[in-house]
Design a binder for this molecule. Structure first.
Ligand code: GLY
Length: 383
């Protein structure tokens, strides 16, 4: 069995550790005591996570002499809106906080993003701790300081960079995740292999199924490798002026698909990212950047794991290429009106591409949403 591991996100005076291992929630008090400035914290969680982990986290803080209050939010992406943000801020202020009072986010990406944005803005910035309980949050959203809420114009459009002072990723928390959530989070793990680490992708092909079936050591290896990759990228480019954009691999397509399907159960975030990553590979093949076998290999792995690889069924009768392209144009990476895409030369070799002609993209999307419409779709589907 793996023991506790620590990785540092190196950001000078704002550097912090990601602690990962098993049974960490029960030891959270001692893990937090060295990095928080007051023996008083506000835990923010949601109604799914609270019954599972809040009593244990509360007991661990109490055992370390850390007083705390807890605020429980409704679960789901709909909570990441202005109304819940305002209510959360008022509720935290009502507790009589000071600048050194840390906010502790206990839960998945929604809780982390919303509580993090509240921490970034309350009293112009409170200390912030992430205790991610989903695979998606452990490998992606809890690390790197992106916090945000959604607006009617799109996802994560109002937010701030606000780094946590510590991330505590308890691998045992993944045991309570429904399989669909786990598989969805796994898409973000695959992303790290695709963007920079072909050997990691190879390992995932070998042990992805075991990881999803419950192998805790395989889970910890994957979380560690993913966090190490993310920590290195964030340390080099905290504000996404360069290579951090690679972490959005699959996300421009994916966010548009999520928006087109209403950010709900029809398509979970990681499922959208899986579709987006496959589209990015298929487009890379179409544009001649990448051999077809790479896209085929990705499709085989995603399908073997149970992640979707084609948006055609999802789109049928619901949305077409033109509205999807419109949604892609709302992406934060749009520059001078052009969509910025992350494409690939091979598995493990992604790059930022700003010069895909809009007509090419529109034609590609039409082919992807209606397989058989043109030769491109046939190439993608058969790959
Ligand atoms: N989730 C992408 C990033 O943190 O940059």
């Amino acid at each position: 069995m793996s023991g506790d591991e620590r990785l540092t996100v190196g950001l000078g005076a704002r550097s912090y550790d990601i602690v990962l291992g098993r049974g960490l929630i029960d030891r959270a008090g001692t893990l937090l005591a060295p990095v928080i400035r007051r023996k008083r914290a506000v835990i923010v969680t949601d109604a799914h996570v609270a019954p599972l982990y809040l009593p244990r986290l509360a007991a661990a803080l109490a055992a370390a002499g850390i007083e705390h209050d807890a605020i429980t939010l409704p679960p789901g992406e709909a909570t990441k809106d202005f109304a819940h943000f305002a209510r959360l801020c008022e509720d935290v202020l009502a507790l009589g906080i000071e600048r050194a009072t840390p906010i502790v986010a206990l839960g998945g990406g929604v809780v982390g993003d919303l509580a993090g944005f509240a921490a970034a803005t309350l009293l112009r910035g409170l200390d912030f701790v992430q205790v991610p309980t989903t695979l998606l949050a452990q490998v992606d959203s809890s690390v790197g300081g992106k916090t945000a809420i959604d607006t009617r114009h799109g996802k994560n459009l109002v937010g701030a960079f606000h780094q946590p002072v510590r991330v505590i990723a308890d691998i045992d928390a993944l045991a309570s995740l429904p399989r669909r959530e786990l598989v969805s989070g796994y898409a973000e793990v695959v992303k790290y292999g695709l963007i920079r680490d072909a050997a990691f992708f190879g390992r995932l092909e070998a042990e992805g199924a075991a990881l999803l079936a419950g192998d805790a050591d395989a889970r910890q290896r994957a979380v560690r490798q993913s966090c190490a990759a993310k920590a290195a990228i964030v340390a080099a480019d905290e504000r996404e002026s360069g290579e951090r954009a690679l972490l959005n691999f699959g996300h421009t397509f994916g966010h548009a698909l999520e928006a087109a399907t209403g950010f709900g159960d029809a398509l979970l975030h990681g499922e959208a990212v899986a579709l987006g990553m496959q589209l990015a590979f298929d487009l890379s093949v179409h544009l001649g950047f990448c051999p077809a076998e790479a896209a085929a290999r990705l499709r085989r792995h995603l399908a073997a794991i149970g992640l979707p690889t084609s948006p055609a069924e999802l789109a049928a009768g619901r949305f077409g290429a033109a509205p999807l392209l419109e949604l892609m144009r709302k992406d934060k990476k749009v520059a001078d009106g052009r969509v910025t895409l992350i494409l690939a030369r091979a598995i493990g070799d992604a790059f930022v591409c700003r010069d895909v002609a809009p007509a090419t993209l529109a034609d590609f999307l039409a082919g992807a949403l209606e397989p058989g419409r043109n030769s491109l779709a046939t190439a993608g589907a058969g790959a």
